[in-house]
Design a protein around this ligand. Structure first.
Ligand code: NAD
Length: 426
């Protein structure tokens, strides 16, 4: 019994996303020989806000939801990061996601710090008008803390372009004028950016292409397994399929499907849009989300949620390239196992940075009041993703560390530099 208890505690610790982030941060800071004073500053968030949000439900009752906004760092510019609605949101998760945003923006060298928001709620059990009232009250409570020069939210799990439109409208009502640059990921007709919807999936395609070239592989011989078929996974599947990759498995929260000869992705996406499930899809066999991760493939692309690859299954992962679409899909304890098995990891803070990079473009366009064509957005996205991939890989080679630690070192070094130059205001 006692041993099981110790194991449980270890597992809880391994699967705490904040612990996962901090253990990489500490390792990278140590290798960088980061100044101990700067270490004290960078290891904590700048500000953590907890909000209790009263909402009138459709039946007339009032429900009080708990929401968070963690603003991790402002050294390089306004904080930037999504808002997630889910029943299992925790402050530690939001803290980790906020820090990852700081490191992600620094890896791709865009002028933002990091933040994240979350509300504990179950959107699948709420009506659109309940979600709208929740979003507007959450925004109103944050009115002094967000803004184009302060903190710029965006969508994350279970929030959408519509959610961003409500936030933009609420903020604008308080400001007494329209402030489009307060959020990104807005509908295109509401000052959103061309290409934003696809940007995270497209960024994943760009970095996977670079990894495939680097390892002397070819897209047409490359089998890809994708966990999650939402914005990130679904877009990555479509774009990679169009590029010639063979997508052999995809999943959603209920499970996955597999066909060793490759799936017809456009047909599959139509099926998913129509039936809202992958179940009973013809020409494929069912697999669970756990089995899916362990399938034979060249590229594994987790695009669902945290803690999918842990010390319990890392040794069973067979891919050559792990392209992390989700934030924190791999625990720190799994890193060493993957490294010793020669898996080429494109870490989340690089691999899924296409979304925030295009959000940066959206913020720039909103502030200019001048909008770019999709070709230009995609070309600029490619420039940044490809350059950042090579920055990280070169850094890893020069410092004899794995790609993940290289990405953290590069990011921490950039944030530490501006913190030192700005100085500590007293
Ligand atoms: P989404 O809600 O559009 O899609 C999530 C997908 O994962 C769905 O198919 C869902 O069914 C599946 N899923 C959810 N929980 C799961 C579970 N426990 N097991 C298996 N599958 C599960 O979300 P998204 O925007 O595609 O985001 C996915 C991941 O990518 C998240 O980690 C998010 O933080 C990260 N991310 C998103 C963006 C973006 O621009 N949307 C940018 C960077 C990182």
């Amino acid at each position: 019994m006692a041993v099981a208890f110790v194991d449980d505690v270890r597992q809880i610790k391994e699967e705490n996303p904040f612990e996962s982030m901090m253990s990489r941060f500490d390792h990278a800071a140590q290798l960088l020989q980061l100044d101990p004073d700067l270490y004290k500053v960078l290891r904590v968030p700048n500000r953590e806000i907890t909000i209790y949000i009263p909402v009138f439900m459709d039946d007339g009752r009032i429900e009080v939801f708990t929401g968070y906004r963690v603003q991790h760092n402002f050294a390089r510019g306004p904080a930037k990061g999504g808002i997630r609605y889910a029943p299992d949101v925790t402050l530690d998760e939001v803290r980790a996601l906020a820090a990852w945003m700081t490191w992600k923006c620094a890896v791709v060298n865009i002028p933002f710090g990091g933040a994240k928001g979350g509300v504990i709620c179950d959107p699948s059990q709420m009506s659109q008008s309940e979600l709208e009232r929740l979003t507007r009250r959450y925004t109103a409570e944050l009115i002094d803390f967000i803004g184009p020069e302060r903190d710029v939210p965006a969508p994350d799990m279970n929030t959408s372009e519509q959610t961003m439109a409500w936030i933009m409208d609420t903020y604008s009502m308080h400001a007494r004028h329209t402030v489009t640059a307060v959020v990104t990921g807005k509908p295109i007709d509401l000052s959103g950016s061309q290409g934003r919807r696809e940007a995270t999936g497209r960024g994943l395609l760009f970095v996977t292409d670079e990894a495939v070239k680097k390892l002397g592989m070819k897209a047409e011989n490359t089998r890809v397994v994708i966990q999650g078929s939402g914005n990130v996974g679904g877009t990555a599947a479509r774009l990679m399929h169009e590029t010639g990759y063979k997508i052999v498995a995809v999943s959603d929260i209920h499970g996955g499907i597999y066909n060793s000869k490759g799936l017809n992705i456009p047909d599959l996406m139509n099926y998913l849009a129509k039936h809202k499930t992958l179940e009973k899809y013809q020409d494929a066999e069912p697999v669970s989300n756990h089995e899916l991760l362990e399938l034979d493939c060249e590229v594994l692309l987790p695009a669902a949620t945290e803690n999918q690859i842990t010390s319990h299954n890392a040794h069973k992962i067979k891919c050559r390239i792990l392209a992390e679409g989700a934030n924190g899909p791999t625990t720190a304890a799994a890193d060493d196992i993957l490294e010793s098995n020669g898996v080429f990891v494109i870490p989340d803070i690089l691999a899924n940075a296409g979304g925030v990079t295009c959000s940066y473009f959206e913020w720039v366009q909103d502030r200019m009041g001048y909008f770019w064509k999709e070709d230009m957005v995609n070309e600029r996205l490619k420039d940044i993703m490809v350059a950042s991939f090579h920055d990280v890989v070169k850094y890893a080679e020069n410092h004899s560390v794995n790609n993940r630690i290289a990405a953290y070192m590069l990011a921490i070094d950039r944030v530490a530099y501006v913190t030192r130059v700005r100085g500590i205001y007293a």
